[in-house]
Every structure is written in structure tokens, then in C-alpha cells.
Design a protein around this ligand. Structure first.
Ligand code: NDP
Length: 455
């Protein structure tokens, strides 16, 4: 065999798996056909966060007036932002390749396709390996509607030649909500369409309600409980959206954010004997093993919890398990996550509804205007919420909508992973004056939600 381990896909999960396996002495090869660092680094988390930050400055300029600054926002230079973003992504691409080289991994910038369970075609080479890891991620889903090709998906959003004046986001998940905030912050008129009553299905209900209010306060027009039925191009190049409720309106850019599809269409999984789920995801067990005992799958391609740090943890754990003297473990019970909306969301553990399905819960909620905005004049309220299992008093859910929510939730995630109870939160000394101190001063129970309550 040419390699002990061959990894298909050089995203965050694949690269981590390759480096760790090589550091344990394995002969490792990795193939990537598009860009090192995968979706997250190139057309996902990283450029998105840079764009979120770009969008914040306009509001900060306005907010500074309350503090005595005589500042003017001026106009935003889209091309300058794209150039700065591209330079940073290029730098990160280079770092990924260096990391692989420094750890002794052999890399191939080519597509890999299984020819049989132990062989892949990589460009014009045939490569054999003892074990394989599929880490090819996913791609944005397109809707099956008339005129779908008139819209874009997230991959194109990072290379628009100029900033559109009117933008419509279709889909009320992570990407729809985040890009609504980005384009609004940069000055566009923004519409957000989704088929549920509230955005972010699966998140805590109260948080979702707070988010819908906040998005509207930010000037984003919400169109809940509706589907896009047809898209039409007008003579001036703009798009007319026809909705299922009979309404129609025009926009310059229609952006589909309808989830992602695993990248398994041309991987040769059949030749490898790897079973796919009906949605194209590679079927794995809890140990990331596919239907072939020597082939593994990590990250979005297995469509479990599609988050970069989860893919990294899976890749690292797998490399340790296959080749390491010791195994680093992660807790997947309470995974903290953030949505970089305006304002951002941080969440960890169970929603009130999910927790109540297991037993009665004590709910603690604080809603307040953070100190900065008492003077900035911006009506950007913060929502913080703890969901506490009544029987054990363990904090089983923490949810926040407000400035710095993502930053805070990482630390709350540590407490929850350690099994902290409400009294552990209560006996922690706060940091004053911060919004974060609210986590340890939520003294009065807001309500009790009985077992299997439906809200
Ligand atoms: P999501 O799964 O988060 O949301 C998809 C949205 O599209 C939902 O509102 C869904 O509605 C809707 N939808 C799906 N199919 C249809 C359809 N046929 N017609 C109408 N609406 C439809 O996907 P995203 O594309 O927003 O993001 C992809 C993934 O990337 C996320 O799930 C997340 O794992 C990851 N991500 C993480 C980020 C972060 O950590 N901050 C940021 C961005 C992405 P419904 O709810 O009814 O199904």
C-alpha cells in the first residue's frame, strides 16, 4: 500500500486528521481538489465572519455619536472589503499547506475518486491505502423551482463584483439569518423569506422570537410561513420573486440558503462499497466507521452536526484512535454554537422545549438594554436564558441573543460540559460591569415549564 491512511478532502476536519495521524508516525496522504481549508476557510465561517465585522462598523459609527464622537460613516467600498478578505483567505490557505508539509503529510491538489475499496484515482495517479477517511464536506443546496438559476448560493456570495442594492435571502437557517445582517449592515434593503413561523428552526423558541424582533428592528423585512414559487428576470436585470401566497416583489440579488448537500455524487462510493443515506450523506456509526470497516467519514459529509469544530474533533479523535498512543476525547453532549446574526446568538445544550420533553425545567430569563446602548440610543436588547433541569438542578441549556453572545457561550459551554448546576452559576462571582455577569445573577426563576409542555 502507498499509504497507511489516505484522506479525501482538505477541509478543517481532513487536515486535522492528516496532521495528527502523521504525528503518530503513520504514512499519510491527502487530496483536495478545490481549496485547502475547505468550506469554512474559503467560502464559509472565516470570510463570513470578516463580512459580519465589516457590516458592524456602520452601526458603530452611528452609536459613537451618543458618546460624543462627531464621526461620519461615509460610503462603503465593497471592492476593498473583498480584496482584504481574499488576502486573508490566501494567507490561511498557505498556512494549511505549510501545516501539512511540516507534519510530513503528502498532499495532492486533485480530485480523488474511489476505484475499489483500497484504491483511489487522484488526477493521473492510482493510489492505494490501508485506510481511508472521507472528509469531503457538502455544498449549498439549490431549490427545484422555475428560475432557480437566476439566484445564487453562499459560494457566490463571497465573490460578488459589487454590493447589491436590494437582497432577498431565501431560507431562515444559519446562513439566511447571518447574510441578512451582513447585507443590511452594509446598506442594502433586505428581505428574508422562510417557511416556518420563525427563523432558526430547532433553536429555543423564545430566542427565535427575540431574533425575529431584532431582525425587524435592524430594518430587515421578514416574510414568514411562505415559499418562493418562481423567479423571473426583468429587463433591467433585477429579479421578480413570486411567492406561494400570491405576492411578488423585486430584488437585485436572490440568495438561496436552503441547507447543504453532502459532496458524494462523484466520489465512487459504490466502487468502495460505502453506503450512502437517501440524502447522499455517508452512513457512519458513532465511531465514524462507514459500511466498510477500513473507511471512515468525518464532518459535514456524514451530515450529523455540521460545524467546523465538530469535524476537527472527529478528525483528531479518529487519528488518535487509529494510530495514537493515547486518545483525546471530546464531549458532544452540549455543543456550544453561535449564529453571527445582528445581534449574534450563542447557544449551548437544550432548548426549553427539548428539555421539557425530558422533565420539568426551571427557566431563568433576563432581558435588558446593555450599558453601551443606554447611551448609543440603539434599541438592541439582550436576551439571556438558562434552562435548568428541576430534578438535578443541572443547567441543561443556555441561550443568548445579544452583543458578544458567541464569545460568552464558549465559556458557558465549559461549565455545562463540566456538569455545572444552577447553584454553581450562583456561587460564581460576577465581573462588573459586564453583560456576562447576568449569567451568575439570574436569581429569580421566571417560570417552571412542566414535563412535555408544548409552548
Ligand atoms: P440550515 O439547515 O441552517 O437552514 C436551511 C433553511 O432552509 C431552513 O430555514 C429550512 O427550513 C430552509 N429550507 C430547506 N429546504 C427548503 C425548501 N425546499 N424550501 C424552503 N425552505 C427550505 O442551512 P443553511 O444553508 O443556513 O446553513 C447550512 C449549514 O451550515 C447549517 O446547518 C450549519 O450547520 C452550517 N453553518 C453554521 C454556521 C455557524 O456555525 N455560525 C454559519 C453558517 C452555516 P426548515 O427550517 O423549515 O427546514
Amino acid at each position: 500500500m502507498d499509504f497507511d491512511l489516505f484522506i479525501i478532502g482538505g477541509g478543517s476536519g481532513g487536515v486535522r486528521c492528516a496532521r495528527i495521524a502523521a504525528s503518530h508516525g503513520a504514512r499519510v496522504g491527502i487530496a483536495e481538489e478545490r481549496h485547502w481549508g475547505g468550506t469554512c476557510v474559503n467560502v464559509g465561517c472565516v470570510p463570513k465572519k470578516l463580512m459580519v465585522q465589516a457590516a458592524e462598523y456602520g452601526a458603530w459609527v452611528q452609536d459613537s455619536h451618543g458618546f460624543g464622537w462627531n464621526t461620519q460613516a461615509g460610503t462603503h467600498d465593497w471592492a476593498a472589503l473583498m480584496a482584504a478578505k481574499d488576502a486573508e483567505i490566501k494567507r490561511l490557505n498557505g498556512i494549511y499547506v505549510k501545516l501539512l508539509e511540516n507534519s510530513g503529510v503528502t498532499w495532492f491538489f486533485d480530485r480523488a475518486i474511489f476505484l475499489d475499496p483500497h484504491t483511489v484515482q487522484v488526477g493521473d495517479r492510482r493510489i492505494t491505502a490501508e485506510k481511508f477517511v472521507i472528509a469531503v464536506g457538502g455544498q449549498p443546496a439549490w431549490p427545484e423551482i422555475e428560475g432557480a438559476d437566476l439566484g445564487i448560493v453562499s459560494d457566490q456570495a463571497f465573490e460578488l463584483p459589487h454590493m447589491p442594492r436590494r437582497v432577498t435571502l431565501v431560507g431562515g437557517g444559519y446562513i439566511g439569518v447571518e447574510f441578512a445582517g451582513i447585507f443590511r449592515g452594509l446598506g442594502a434593503d433586505v428581505d428574508l423569506l422562510y417557511r416556518q413561523r420563525l427563523p432558526l428552526r430547532g433553536f429555543d423558541h423564545e430566542l427565535r422570537e427575540g431574533l425575529a424582533d431584532a431582525l425587524q428592528a435592524h430594518g430587515i423585512r421578514l416574510h414568514p410561513s411562505v415559499l418562493l414559487h418562481r423567479l423571473e428576470e426583468l429587463p433591467d436585470g433585477s429579479k421578480r420573486l413570486h411567492l406561494t401566497d400570491g405576492r411578488s416583489f423585486d430584488s437585485d440579488l436572490v440568495f438561496f440558503a436552503l441547507g447543504r448537500t453532502p459532496n458524494t455524487q462523484t466520489l465512487g462510493t459504490e466502487a468502495a462499497g460505502v453506503t450512502l443515506a437517501p440524502n447522499g450523506a455517508v452512513v457512519v456509526n458513532a465511531q465514524n466507521v462507514t459500511s466498510q470497516p477500513h473507511i471512515f467519514a468525518i464532518g459535514d459529509v456524514s451530515n450529523k452536526m455540521n460545524l467546523t469544530p465538530v469535524a476537527i474533533a472527529e478528525g483528531h479523535h479518529l487519528a488518535d484512535r487509529l494510530f495514537g498512543p493515547s486518545i483525546r476525547t471530546w464531549s458532544f453532549d452540549a455543543i456550544p454554537t453561535a449564529v453571527f446574526s445582528v445581534p449574534p446568538i450563542g447557544t449551548c445544550g437544550l432548548s426549553e422545549e427539548q428539555a421539557a420533553a425530558h422533565g420539568a425545567v426551571d427557566i431563568y430569563v433576563a432581558k435588558f438594554l446593555p450599558m453601551r446602548h443606554t447611551i448609543s440610543g440603539r434599541q438592541r436588547r439582550t436576551l439571556m436564558k438558562l434552562v435548568v433541569d428541576q430534578a438535578t438542578q443541572r443547567v441543561v441549556g443556555a441561550h443568548m441573543l445579544g452583543d458578544d453572545a458567541g464569545e460568552m457561550m464558549q465559556a458557558i459551554g465549559i461549565a455545562m460540559t463540566a456538569g455545572a448546576t444552577k447553584s454553581d452559576f450562583d456561587r460564581t462571582i460576577g465581573i462588573h460591569p459586564t453583560s456576562a455577569e447576568e449569567w451568575v445573577t439570574l436569581r429569580t426563576r421566571t417560570r417552571v415549564t412542566p414535563h412535555t409542555a408544548t409552548l
